[in-house]
Ligand binder design. Structure first.
Ligand SMILES: Nc1ncnc2c1ncn2[C@@H]1O[C@H](COP(=O)(O)OP(=O)(O)O)[C@@H](O)[C@H]1O
Ligand SMILES: [Mg+2]
Length: 312
């Protein structure tokens, strides 16, 4: 696979603040990489360096083989960038603004017209094309920002919190859009919404205090969760007294936690011993004993748990 983005020990300090403190990674075509991290972790600063808005204090970054410092024109023509607070020209109308960005990108006449129609459709802006940007809701402004990042159909997309300010339906639309573009582009997005990583990212880098603390597929990250492989049984009424004791004697069970819910439901969370596969054991036992289960499921790991462990 061809490497589209490569950073080596990339860093940016603001006086005493180590915003980004030596980040190294590679990104290939077809990957959707999520930058995850708490506020102030250095996600936006990293994206600004990759898109030539900020000069690195040290280290290097290449985009499409071009150096972000010495070949910034080439880099900027290759990528589309949605900044954290899209610096849109508030007094311009949406279509005028997008036409302006397209012209700056070197598009003209029929090509420009096609590009405008394409991005307005992709980001569902049809209803507001003649409205002044400053009069739009936050969600629409965000989509105008996205449209301008896509106007030249770039190979590489850098999207700083693309779904920030969108309602759940709009979030879903933007995620579908990202998924549909994923195959033939390289995309980096930042988010602190963990479900977003699951929904769109093939890979996640967790950043804390300017450093990479994890770099893996979301599925594999989740396996680091202490809840990975846990089996959860829920009953309207537990079938026996001290049922937690019964469950903890099953083979492979390390620990049993009991939770009461409103409506008198009780759940038992069975944590596995290392390497144990609890689900078949529980299923066999529940059939043999005819347990009156209302719900049975296996935890596939909790990204938020992993995230908290790694960033605190
Ligand atoms: N222009 C700047 N001047 C001084 N400090 C900055 C500047 N930009 C960002 N920082 C600081 O760098 C750190 C990382 O910020 P940022 O990259 O925006 O984090 P994130 O996007 O992960 O929330 C923060 O502590 C922030 O206050
Ligand atoms: Mg940010």
């Amino acid at each position: 696979m061809s490497v589209m983005i490569e950073t080596q020990n990339l860093g940016r300090h603001f006086g005493p603040i180590k915003a980004v403190d030596g980040i190294s990674f590679q990104l290939s075509k077809g990957e959707v990489l999520g930058f995850l991290g708490p506020n102030g972790a250095g996600k936006s600063t990293t994206m600004k360096m990759l898109s030539c808005f900020l000069t690195p204090s040290f280290g290097s970054a290449k985009v499409g083989g071009y150096d972000v410092v010495t070949q910034s024109r080439e880099v900027r023509s290759l990528l589309g960038y949605l900044p954290e607070n899209a610096p849109l020209y508030g007094e311009m109308e949406v279509l005028d603004f997008l036409r302006f960005v397209g012209e700056v990108r070197g598009l003209a006449s029929a090509k420009l017209q096609d590009a405008l129609e394409r991005v307005v459709g992709l980001t569902s802006l049809e209803a507001v094309v003649c409205q002044r940007i400053e009069t739009l809701s936050k969600g629409f402004k965000r989509r105008v920002g996205l449209a301008q990042a896509l106007i030249h159909d770039p190979e590489i997309l850098i999207l700083d919190e693309p779904t920030d300010g969108l309602d759940p339906n709009q979030k879903h639309e933007v995620r579908s859009l990202i998924n549909s573009m994923a195959r033939d582009k390289s995309i980096i997005l930042s988010t602190h919404i963990l479900e977003e990583v699951d929904a769109v990212c093939t890979r996640a880098i967790i950043i804390a205090e300017g450093k990479i603390v994890a770099d893996d597929a979301p599925e594999l990250l989740k396996r680091r969760s202490s809840a990975y492989g846990a089996v959860v049984l829920t009953f309207q009424k537990p079938p026996a007294d001290n049922f937690a004791g019964v469950l903890s004697s099953l083979p492979g069970v390390r620990e049993v936690r009991e939770e009461q819910f409103a409506g008198h439901k009780t759940s038992y969370i069975l944590l596995p011993q290392p390497g144990a596969n609890l689900l078949p054991v529980v299923v066999r036992e529940s059939e043999a004993q005819k347990w009156p289960l209302t719900d049975l499921r296996m935890e596939t790991g909790q990204l938020d748990q992993v995230f908290r462990d790694l960033t605190q």
